[in-house]
Design a protein around this ligand. Structure first.
Ligand code: PEP
Ligand code: MN
Length: 338
């Protein structure tokens, strides 16, 4: 932490600030410039609230130089993490495509979609069995029956499974059927749940909260990592801004920012990211170009009759087109897509 002092500050005030820093177990290095005296406070205290120093008389500004997240940071692990999910590697040179409906609706639906996404090159089948809907009157998912169908369809077409877990009571059940546990945007700051996920045995895909900063998102990942689960995949799924032309604002810039700050793989969700079907493909292209390790996309054989998120689900031919385009982009940046 760098503490910039006000110009003209009295020596007794400087000594008081240094004393407070020492009390908090920081080593202090003092540098006296022409205009300002600057104190370098050295020490690793993740729980320290820097506002305690900001409020002291004579302090002009406090700049934090280390990140509050430790286990998620690049300082903790230099090389990017690669998670092997039954032979599908996330975080390596290959950009992994996860695709499927928003929700599992029926046996016929999930088998049809699993086949078509597999044929186009997806490696992981997505589909919600427990759905976090804005309205309690909307379709809530098929529950365990949906999980069974999802697993059966994935097995039939040699795909892995990612599906959402909404609370602690579902973890054991969903671990029986899924390869990756998806944590929804609305749960990103449910800290007791994140602690429970630290004890889970399956990798977790943590979606970014609707109004979460990148730092808050990484701190949520830190909860899972510090709980003992080392396999956390981040997922950018769009944030709330003042823009109303799209459902959410897809923060493509989060991808290179995360790559610089963290060793964790990052996946992009252009379906929820923008929320309008005709703009999903350009966002998928942008995400791959920006360095995403994977993309998760909603696809439906009959989006016009989907029980949820039909308006952002790709038609089968659009999904094939997207795969063609993202493959070319991956090649241009020396990566690949199956
Ligand atoms: C979903 O993936 O269908 C979903 C509900 O996502 P999010 O949590 O990002 O809204
Ligand atoms: Mn959805």
């Amino acid at each position: 932490m760098i503490v910039v002092l006000e110009s003209g500050i009295a020596e007794t005030q400087i000594e008081e600030i240094i004393r407070v820093l020492h009390d908090h177990k920081f080593d202090v290095h003092r540098s006296t410039g022409v205009q300002h005296t600057v104190l370098g406070a050295i020490g690793v205290h993740p729980e320290f609230d820097h506002r305690q120093i900001e409020l002291l008389p004579g302090v002009a500004e406090v700049l934090r130089v280390t990140e509050p997240f430790k286990l998620a940071s690049h300082a903790f692990k230099r090389e990017g993490s690669i998670f092997d999910i039954g032979g599908v590697k996330i975080g390596g040179p290959e950009v992994v495509v996860m695709a499927g409906p928003c929700a599992v609706e029926s046996e016929e639906q999930i088998f049809k979609i699993a086949k078509l996404v597999k044929d186009a090159g997806a490696k992981i089948l997505r589909g919600g069995a427990f759905k976090p809907r804005s309205s309690p009157y909307s379709f809530q998912g098929l529950g365990e029956d949906g999980l069974k169908l999802l697993r059966a369809a994935a097995n039939e077409f040699q795909l892995k499974v990612v599906t959402e877990v909404m609370d602690k009571s579902q973890i054991d059940l969903i671990e029986k059927y899924a390869d990756i546990l998806q944590i929804g945007a609305r749960n990103m700051q449910n800290y007791t749940f994140l602690k429970d996920l630290g004890k889970a045995s399956k990798p977790v895909m943590l979606k970014r909260g609707l109004a979460a900063t990148i730092e808050e998102w990484l701190m949520s990942a830190e909860y899972i990592l510090s709980g003992g689960n080392q396999q956390v995949i981040l997922c950018e799924r769009g944030i709330r801004t003042f823009e109303t032309a799209t459902r959410n604002t897809m923060d493509i810039s989060a991808i290179p920012v995360i790559k610089k700050k963290s060793h964790l793989p990052i996946v992009a969700d252009p379906s929820h990211g923008i929320g309008i079907r005709d703009k999903v493909i350009p966002m998928a292209r942008a995400a791959v170009a920006a360095g995403a390790d994977g993309i998760i996309v909603e696809v439906h054989h009959d989006p016009d009759h989907a029980l949820s998120d039909g308006a952002q689900s790709l038609y089968p031919d659009q999904f094939s087109q997207m795969m063609k385009e993202v493959r070319m982009i991956a090649r241009a940046i020396e990566r690949s897509i199956a």
